[in-house]
Design a protein around this ligand. Structure first.
Ligand code: PLP
Length: 392
């Protein structure tokens, strides 16, 4: 059977250029042309995408590993961390904080609901927090949160700001330095459209200071970001490494580095602004089309994510049957998680799939599947909506 089109919130479709870039023999991660060479290139490009002058640490693993590495590196036993919990990915953060000995305090936001910044400020005012953590784009509800405003609050109250940008970096603007983000976590296999297997964490000066001042060692050895700093970042870039070559705390997956390098070229060739605009257009087109077929989306439209849309499953429809039928038409979409299981399905439009062709394919598959299940859906009108949004 032909491969389905991946319209899930990651992993995403990988351009052929990226796949070709990693078809090569093994090269060690500690000698040229990888080190120095490829690593510096990737770092420069990642800093441009993160919009930071600070450092980015690249860890083998997935986005969640990056989240755990960042939290384990800054949280000491007894430290209080205020966590915005607006969905499944946000919910993971208090769990990690607890495991590393910290005390999480949850600031709950209803699924798809607005984040009330003045209430968040009241929570911060009560004081005593070392850090504030939030997921920028919650992929479990398809909702984008105001990372810039929350960054202002974090600075006003002098707490570290940790931002999970797993499903936003490369598809939605993330301005690490301007927004005062101290630790920003993402991964290779979503809007950057590289293969699965790399997590990345940008680290700012305040976060390094907190790590330097720790009284207890982090519970993790391999993912201790300060240890990475000592081994990984050259002195000329503010790090602690004496000689030119980066020492690497573990064996880096060099093939994935080549692929990420190519994927970052594609992002930068398109241009960040153009890429973000394309994601916004794709999301608008998709939302308009599903609404034309009588469906509703979960969040308020103004909060709906440019990279993932959460669509409510129509009354009386079995969501797994619906998704299976959509797959029969060649498009893979994702189900809801936890309490949203069966109530929504989620469609990723990231990187390659934030395009008119892919949005049209997804909308057609969804419309035909709805019709097969006995619902009325005007597929023609929905496809028209897609074209009209992309035309305008
Ligand atoms: C905040 C955050 N962290 C991590 C991830 C991805 O984690 P993983 O790569 O482990 O699936 C996501 C996914 O969208 C995310 O939003």
């Amino acid at each position: 059977m032909a491969k389905p089109l991946l319209m899930i919130p990651g992993p995403t479709e990988i351009p052929l250029r990226v796949i070709r870039a990693m078809v090569r023999a093994s090269e060690p991660h500690y000698t040229p042309p990888v080190n120095p060479g490829l690593i510096e290139e990737v770092m420069d490009k990642l800093r441009r995408v993160y919009r930071t002058q600070g450092e980015v640490i690249l860890l083998p693993g997935s986005g969640r590993m990056g989240l755990e590495a960042a939290l384990a590196s800054i949280v000491e036993p007894g430290d209080r961390v205020l966590v915005v919990v607006a969905g499944e990915f946000g919910r993971m953060i208090p769990e990690i904080v607890k495991r590393v000995g910290g005390v999480p305090v949850e600031f709950r936001v209803p699924p798809g609901g607005r984040l009330d910044e003045s209430r968040l400020e009241e929570a911060l005012e009560r004081g005593g927090f070392k850090a504030l953590a939030m997921v920028h784009n919650e992929p479990s509800t398809g909702t984008l949160y105001p990372a810039e405003g929350v960054g202002r609050l974090a600075r006003r109250y002098g707490v570290l700001y940790l931002l999970g940008a797993g499903s936003s970096l490369g598809g939605v603007d993330v301005r690490v330095d301007e927004w005062g983000v101290d630790l920003c976590i993402s991964c290779s296999h979503k809007c950057l459209a590289a293969p699965m297997g790399l997590a990345m964490v940008s680290v700012g000066e305040r976060a390094w200071e907190v790590m330097e001042d720790r009284k207890t060692p982090p519970v993790t050895f391999l993912n201790d970001l300060y240890r990475w700093r000592r081994l990984w970042i050259p002195r000329e870039r503010g790090g602690l490494l004496e000689q030119g070559l980066r020492r690497v705390p573990i064996t880096l997956p060099v093939h994935l580095l080549y692929a990420l390098n190519e994927a970052l070229d594609i992002v930068l060739e398109e241009g960040l602004e153009a890429r973000f605009e394309r994601h916004r257009t794709a999301s608008r087109a998709f939302v308009k089309a599903v609404e034309a077929m009588g469906l509703e989306i979960l969040p308020d439209e103004r909060l709906s994510s440019p990279t993932v849309t959460a669509v409510k499953v129509p009354e009386g429809v079995d969501d797994s049957k619906l998704r299976r039928r959509i797959l029969d038409y060649g498009v893979l979409v994702a189900g809801g998680l936890s309490e949203l299981r069966g109530r929504i399905f989620r469609v990723g439009h990231m990187a390659e799939t934030a395009s008119e062709r892919c949005i049209r394919a997804a909308v057609t598959a969804i419309g035909l599947a709805l019709r097969d299940m006995g619902l009325k859906a005007d597929v023609g009108l929905a496809v028209e909506e897609v074209s009209s949004v992309f035309r305008s």
